[in-house]
Design a protein around this ligand. Structure first.
Ligand code: G1P
Length: 296
């Protein structure tokens, strides 16, 4: 089975939940401690063996492109000042993957954004990682994208990540329905249906899509045939229903800590928890949080 070597990261949203900060800075470039959200996402893909990353950006595209490019003046200064550690970390970011940036000209939905990557991805299987969801895996663990890619490579079936959410939260996500089996600690769903943000009572399934997918290139054909759905947008979930009915689609639970960094509370949680693991900050942040908690 073909290896998953390419990934698509849609990063074209307007970031309205983070206004005014996102008026000029794309939400994917907001920092979690000292690393932009997007760097965590690119790193997850790179750890899964992804070589080429197609960034589908709208406005704010230049800040994202510049981040993964050489900054000659900065690197020259770091070199002259003997700041080799910083210099190396900047060089390491550049060599993580080939970043290919394309523009989604109109915000017509997630399915449309993924479809815009078709000419670059071609006929290969590929991963999709939503640019504002952060998945943190231990260094001895497979990343979520890696867990999906390996299952695709062993089954030949498109495979997406799911997490169980309380029934009252199902209306915030794409929800997967199907027959559930187990493989070790993972629950595997043979997907029969996917509903984008169901209304209360529309489903009893609690398997929500947190934004990690591996698809057979056939998905592009289904995206092309997808009519505007929920909110008048071309929904990726509608194309997923079509691929579930043709070649088949699996969903799997995963091991990782997940943060919705596109949401203010999720962003703060990620900042605090990753701050508590940051070598320079962990001791002082921990004692600050303890003192603060006593006052609350
Ligand atoms: C998108 C998808 C949805 C998925 C969610 C995960 O929705 O359409 O299926 O569950 O991302 O974050 P959005 O959050 O962009 O409205």
């Amino acid at each position: 089975m073909a290896k998953v070597r390419k990934a698509v990261i849609p990063a074209a949203g307007l970031g309205t939940r983070f206004l005014p900060a996102t008026k000029t800075v794309p939400k994917e470039m907001l920092p979690i401690v000292d690393r932009p959200i997007l760097l965590h996402v690119v790193e997850e893909a790179a750890r899964a063996g992804i070589e080429d990353i197609v960034l589908v950006a709208g406005r704010g595209k230049t800040a994202i492109e510049d981040f993964f490019d050489v900054s000659y003046e900065l690197e020259d200064k770091l070199e002259r000042d003997g700041k080799h550690e910083w210099l190396n970390s900047l060089k390491q970011i550049r060599s993580m993957a080939n970043i290919i940036s394309i523009r989604q000209k109109q915000p017509l939905g997630l399915g449309h954004a993924v479809g815009a990557a078709a000419p670059v991805v071609g006929k290969e299987p590929f991963a999709v990682l939503l640019g504002d969801e952060i998945m943190i895996s231990r260094t001895d663990q497979q990343t979520v994208t890696e867990q999906l890619a390996r299952r695709f490579e062993s089954t030949g079936l498109s495979t997406v990540a799911v997490m169980e959410v309380p029934l009252e939260d199902t209306s915030k996500y794409g929800i997967v329905e199907g027959d559930v089996t187990r493989d070790g600690t993972a629950q595997i769903v043979k997907v029969k249906n996917v509903i984008e943000k169901p209304s209360q009572g529309q489903t009893t399934s609690r398997f929500a899509l947190p934004g990690r997918y591996v698809f057979d290139a056939e998905i592009f054909e289904h995206i092309r045939n997808t009519k505007p759905g929920k909110l008048g947008e071309i929904q990726l979930t509608d194309a997923m229903v079509a691929i579930a009915k043709s070649k088949g689609l699996l969903a799997t639970t995963f091991e990782a800590r997940r943060y919705d960094a596109g949401d203010k509370l999720g962003y703060l949680m990620a900042t605090i928890e990753l701050g508590l693991e940051h070598p320079e900050l962990k001791t002082s942040l921990r004692s600050y949080i303890k003192k603060l908690a006593e006052k609350l």
